[in-house]
Design a protein around this ligand. Structure first.
Ligand code: NAD
Ligand code: UGA
Length: 466
C-alpha cells in the first residue's frame, strides 16, 4: 500500500490533482515539490487569493489538507527519498529550437525530473507519468533513471502512464468525478497500487488499464478529438455569417443526433489553453516521424482553422468600425483562455488584442481573474519593434466592466465569464461613444436586449444585427 507520494511539479495539474488525492486519502502523505520556489510559497500562502492557481473549490481543499497530509515544499531530494510513488507533473511545452522545433515536446523538464528521482530515490519506487508525453517516453524515462544511478545503487523503478484529463475551470469537479482514470503499464503490482489510490473515490468500472503506449497515445488523441470538434464548429461559423444561417440553430439541429452530442460545439474565437495546440503538434510530429504524412496533414488542418478563426475576429471588428481603429477606445471583456481560470496560456485574447493594437487603438481590458502583470507579459512579448512604433496602440488592465466600457466605441467579449452574460445594456450605452458596438465572440449575450438598447451587434456565427 502506498503511504508516501511525491509530486514533482506544483502547477495547474500537480497542485489540484494532489489536493484531491490528499482530500480522499487521509492516510497518504503527499509532498508537492517544484524548482520554482516562488510558486511553492504561493501555495503556502494563507490568503486564498494568492494561491498560484485559481480553480473553483480548490482553496477549500487546500485549507482542509495543507499542513495535514498535503505539503508544498522545495526540498525535492527529501520528498523523493521518502516516497513510494513519484508523480511527474512537469511542463512539456513544444520545443522552440533544435530537432523537432515547433512540433515536438521539449522534454528537458522530464529529463531533469528523472535525474532527480534517480539521484534521491530509495528502494523500490513507482514512477507515474502525469504530464502529457509523446508515445514511448516511458522508455526514455526508464533509460534515464537506470543510466544515472550510481554503481552500487540497487534501486528499482516501475513506470506507469496515468495521463490527466482535467479541464481548467472545472478541475476539482473533473478530478473528483472523472469520466475515467487511465493507467498504462506493464507491472501488475504497480498498476494495482495506483488503482487502489483512485478506488478511494472513483468507481472501479471507471478505471481503464492498458499498455504503456496506448495510455500515452490516448491522451494526445483525446485532446486532438476535442480540439477537432471546436475547429469543426468554428469553420461553420464563418459559413453561417455568409449565408444567413445561425450557428446556434445549426448546433441545436445537429447535437440532437445522439451520435454527435452537444459537448464541445460552442463556437468561439478559437481554442486556447496550454495543451490543445501543443498536443496536436506532438501528434503531427509523431505521425511525420513514422512516415505518416497524410495523418499529419489531417491534424494540421485543426490548427490551421483555429489560427484562421482567431485572425478573422480583429478583421471583422476593424471592418465594421469604418475600416480604422486609430484613436478608438475598445473595451475588452475577458482575457483568460476560458472562464473560471486565471490561465492565459495560448489565450485567443492575446492574438486578437495584439492585432487590434496594430490598428492603433486603446484597449481597456477587464478580466475577473487575470492580473495586470500577466496581461503585460502576454501583450508585450515579442512585440518590441511594434511597441517602439509610435503608432502602436495602448492598453491597460482595469478593475470593472464599467471602467472598461466608459468612453469606448466597442465592447469585445473574448471570454465567457458569467458576469458578461447579463450586461446592463441600457446603462452601458449611456457611457459609450456612438455608434456603440458589441462584438460577441462567444455568443453569450442577450442580443435582443442589446439591440433594443441601441447597440450594433456582431455575434459569432450569426454576423451583424443593427
Ligand atoms: P505548469 O507549467 O503549470 O506546471 C509545471 C511545474 O513543473 C512548474 O511549476 C515547473 O516549475 C515545475 N517543474 C519543471 N521541472 C521541474 C523539476 N525538474 N523539478 C521540480 N519542478 C519542476 O504545467 P501544467 O499546466 O501543470 O501541466 C503539466 C503537465 O500536465 C503538462 O504535460 C500538460 O500537458 C499536462 N496537462 C495539463 C493540463 C492543464 O489543464 N493544464 C491538463 C492535463 C494535462
Ligand atoms: C482540455 C481538455 O478538455 C482536458 O480534458 C485536458 O485534460 C486538458 O485540455 C489538457 O490536457 O490540458 P482545457 O484546455 O483546460 O482542457 O479546457 P477546455 O474546456 O478543453 O477548453 C479548451 C479551449 O477550447 C478553450 O479556449 C475553450 O474556450 C475552447 N472551447 C471549448 C470552445 O471554444 N468551444 C467548446 O465548445 C469547448
Amino acid at each position: 500500500m502506498i503511504r508516501n507520494i511525491c509530486c514533482i511539479g506544483a502547477g495547474y495539474v500537480g497542485g489540484p490533482t494532489m489536493a484531491v488525492i490528499a482530500s480522499n486519502c487521509p492516510n497518504i502523505n503527499i509532498n508537492v515539490v517544484d524548482i520554482n520556489s516562488e510558486r511553492i510559497s504561493k501555495w503556502n500562502s494563507k490568503d486564498s487569493n494568492k494561491l498560484p492557481v485559481y480553480e473553483p473549490g480548490l482553496a477549500e481543499i487546500i485549507k482542509k489538507c495543507r499542513g495535514v497530509n498535503l505539503h508544498f515544499c522545495s526540498d525535492i531530494g527529501k520528498a523523493i527519498s521518502e516516497a513510494d510513488m513519484v508523480f511527474i507533473s512537469v511542463n512539456t511545452p513544444t520545443k522552440k529550437k533544435g530537432i523537432g522545433a515547433g512540433q515536438a515536446s521539449d522534454l528537458r523538464w522530464i529529463e531533469s525530473s528523472a535525474r532527480s528521482i534517480s539521484k534521491y530515490a530509495e528502494g523500490e519506487t513507482i514512477i507515474v507519468e502525469k504530464s502529457t508525453l509523446p508515445v514511448k517516453t516511458a522508455e526514455t524515462i526508464k533509460n534515464i533513471l537506470y543510466s544515472s544511478l550510481g554503481e552500487n545503487n540497487t534501486c528499482k523503478f516501475n513506470i506507469l502512464s496515468n495521463p490527466e484529463f482535467l479541464a481548467e475551470g472545472s478541475a476539482i469537479h473533473d478530478l473528483q468525478h472523472p469520466d475515467r482514470v487511465l493507467i498504462g503499464g506493464d507491472n501488475e503490482e504497480a498498476i494495482e497500487k495506483l488503482s487502489e489510490i483512485y478506488l478511494n473515490w472513483v468507481p472501479s468500472n471507471k478505471i481503464i488499464k492498458t499498455n504503456l503506449w496506448s495510455s500515452e497515445l490516448s491522451k494526445l488523441v483525446a485532446n486532438a478529438f476535442l480540439a477537432q470538434r471546436v475547429s469543426s464548429i468554428n469553420s461553420i461559423t464563418a459559413l453561417c455569417e455568409e449565408t444567413g444561417a445561425n450557428i446556434k440553430e445549426v448546433c441545436n439541429a445537429i447535437e440532437t443526433d445522439s451520435r454527435i452530442g452537444n459537448k464541445f460545439l460552442k463556437p468561439g474565437p478559437g481554442f486556447g489553453g496550454s495543451c490543445f495546440k501543443k498536443d496536436i503538434l506532438n501528434l503531427i510530429y509523431l505521425s511525420n516521424f513514422y512516415g505518416l504524412e497524410k495523418v499529419a496533414e489531417y491534424w494540421e488542418q485543426v490548427l490551421n482553422i483555429n489560427e484562421w478563426q482567431n485572425k478573422r475576429i480583429p478583421e471583422i471588428i476593424t471592418k465594421n468600425l469604418f475600416g480604422t481603429l486609430a484613436g478608438k477606445n475598445i473595451s475588452i471583456l475577458g482575457f483568460a483562455f476560458k472562464s473560471n481560470t486565471n490561465d492565459t496560456r495560448e489565450s485567443p485574447a492575446i492574438g486578437i488584442c495584439k492585432k487590434l493594437l496594430e490598428e492603433s487603438c486603446n484597449l481597456k481590458i477587464y478580466d475577473p481573474k487575470v492580473n495586470e502583470d500577466q496581461i503585460k507579459l502576454d501583450l508585450l512579448s515579442k512585440q518590441s519593434s511594434d511597441i517602439a512604433d509610435k503608432d502602436y496602440g495602448t492598453f491597460e488592465r482595469v478593475n470593472s466592466i464599467d471602467e472598461s466600457v466608459i468612453n469606448s466605441d466597442a465592447i469585445i467579449i473574448l471570454t465567457e465569464w458569467s458576469e458578461f452574460r447579463d450586461l446592463n445594456f441600457s446603462e452601458l450605452i449611456k457611457i459609450m461613444r456612438k455608434p456603440s458596438w458589441i462584438f460577441d465572440s462567444r455568443g453569450i449575450i442577450n442580443k435582443t436586449e442589446a439591440i433594443s438598447s441601441g447597440f450594433n451587434v456582431w455575434e459569432i456565427g450569426v454576423g451583424v444585427d443593427i
